[in-house]
Every structure is written in C-alpha cells, then in structure tokens.
Design a protein around this ligand. Structure first.
Ligand SMILES: [Zn+2]
Length: 253
C-alpha cells in the first residue's frame, strides 16, 4: 500500500519512528510520501525521508504563512533547485487556500507563486483546500500544470470531484471517509472511477496511547481502502493494487 500523505517527520513521532516504520512495513504499507508544510522544517523532513526510504514533497502550507512571501518563494525555488536531482522529491506541496485561517490575500500570493514553481520544476502539486474550491479551481485552470496533482483530504460532492478530475487531478481520500456522517464524500467515492483516487492517512499526531496499539494505528490505510472497496463494490485486493498504480502514476515513480 502507498500512503500518499503522512507527516512522519513531525516531532510527535521522534521516539517511535523506527518502530512505526517497522510496523507499517509488516502491514504492507511500504511506500509513504511525507509532504512539506514550511521551509524551516525541510532539513529534518528530508533527513527523515532519507532515513526511512520515503518520498517527499517541498512546499508551504497556508497554515504556516511566512512573513515575507516573495522572499520565501525565492528560498523554495533555491531548495527545489538544490534537490531537483533527488529521485525521492516527487511533488510540490502542501500548498493551497484555507478560508478557516487568516491572511487569505497572502495565501493567494503564496499559492500562485508555488503553482508557478511547480510548472517550472515540472512537479505535481499536493493541494490543501478548505472552503476555497472556486478560487483553487480558477488558479489551476490558469496555471495548466502538465502533471496536475492531488487534492489532499478531499471532502466534497461527486460534482466537485468531477471538476478536479476534468483538470487531471486525483482525489486524496483519507480518514474522513470512515466517519458515519461523511455521506457526501461516501457518495462521491462510490460514483467516481477508482483510477482518480489515491489514499492517505494524513497522520500528524502520535501519543503514548497510540503506541500501546501500534498495529491498530498502522491499519488506517487498510481501513480506508476497505471502505473504498465496499463503496465501489469491488474486491479489496483489486482496489489496493489500483490505488498503488494511481499513486505511482501521479508521482511518476
Ligand atoms: Zn497534511
């Protein structure tokens, strides 16, 4: 299985990381993408990715708005240029727009700058989008990226999903799907062809309590995949294989 979005570089995982990756591999999760959230974390992020043989993406999340947008875009440009020969660098992100946090105008400036860099470095993007789908879609249409990308943590209707798909984007399906009240998402997942989806845990936290049951913590991808298989009325083995193929195709790895 391929977890296309997990923040295993975050500090919570420091004491547990080796054990965690051990358990993940026992459970068949042998590919993980660690997305970037801010440039100040990139050194650790890249070193964790190297140590545990993960893919990674570099980018600036709208929750971590830098003070000086244009300067930070120059820094990201330099970092991408330094790392461009690294085969583990597979995407730009997270980047996007989020109306639940402040500074929307700055977010737009940062997002547009990152889309331009994704174009320049020919990378797919990992999108974070909350209550700003119209604004994000408009910019994706403007900056027609050859490799498109993924709408991470997708939550929306079948119709919204189809609009992203028509631009070549995949939908990152995560833990929200497992909630009983996520009817809209479940309906979308039931109706969209499987080839447009990838799966993700978006794991960010790890506590001592989680550590008391490592296997359960690591089963999240399996649970989401099984749910997709049920909604699509397809055998789980088939769905697992197709989702891995979709991820490899998205990231060209
Ligand atoms: Zn994330």
């Amino acid at each position: 299985m391929f977890d296309t979005h997990a923040h295993y570089d975050f500090n919570d995982f420091d004491p547990w990381r080796a054990q965690l990756f051990d358990e993940l591999s026992k459970q068949g999760v042998n590919k993980v993408l660690i997305p970037g959230v801010s440039l100040s974390r990139s050194v650790k992020q890249i070193s964790v990715a190297k140590q545990f043989d993960c893919y990674y993406a570099l980018g600036m999340h709208p929750w971590y708005l830098p003070k000086d947008i244009s300067q930070s875009l120059v820094k990201l440009d330099n970092l991408l240029s330094e790392q461009r020969e690294d085969a583990s660098l597979v995407a730009l992100g997270e980047c996007g727009l989020d109306k639940l946090v402040d500074g929307f105008d700055k977010q737009v400036e940062l997002f547009e700058g990152q889309l331009a860099l994704a174009h320049q470095y020919e990378l797919p993007v990992i999108l974070h989008c909350v209550r700003a789908h119209e604004e994000v879609l408009a910019r994706l249409k403007q900056q027609n990226l050859a490799k498109a990308g993924v709408v991470h943590g997708f939550y929306g209707s079948t119709e919204l999903a189809k609009r992203y798909i028509s631009l070549g984007y995949k939908l990152g399906i995560g833990g929200l799907l497992l909630r009983d009240n996520a009817k809209k998402l479940q309906e979308a997942v039931a109706h969209i062809p499987l080839e447009h989806m990838v799966v993700e845990t978006d794991n960010v936290k790890f506590t001592v309590q989680d550590a008391s049951d490592f296997p359960a913590y690591c089963q999240k991808i399996q649970k989401i995949t099984t749910k997709i298989a049920n909604l699509q009325n397809l055998p789980t083995v088939f769905v697992v294989e197709q989702l891995v193929r979709n991820s490899l195709q998205l990231l060209e790895v």
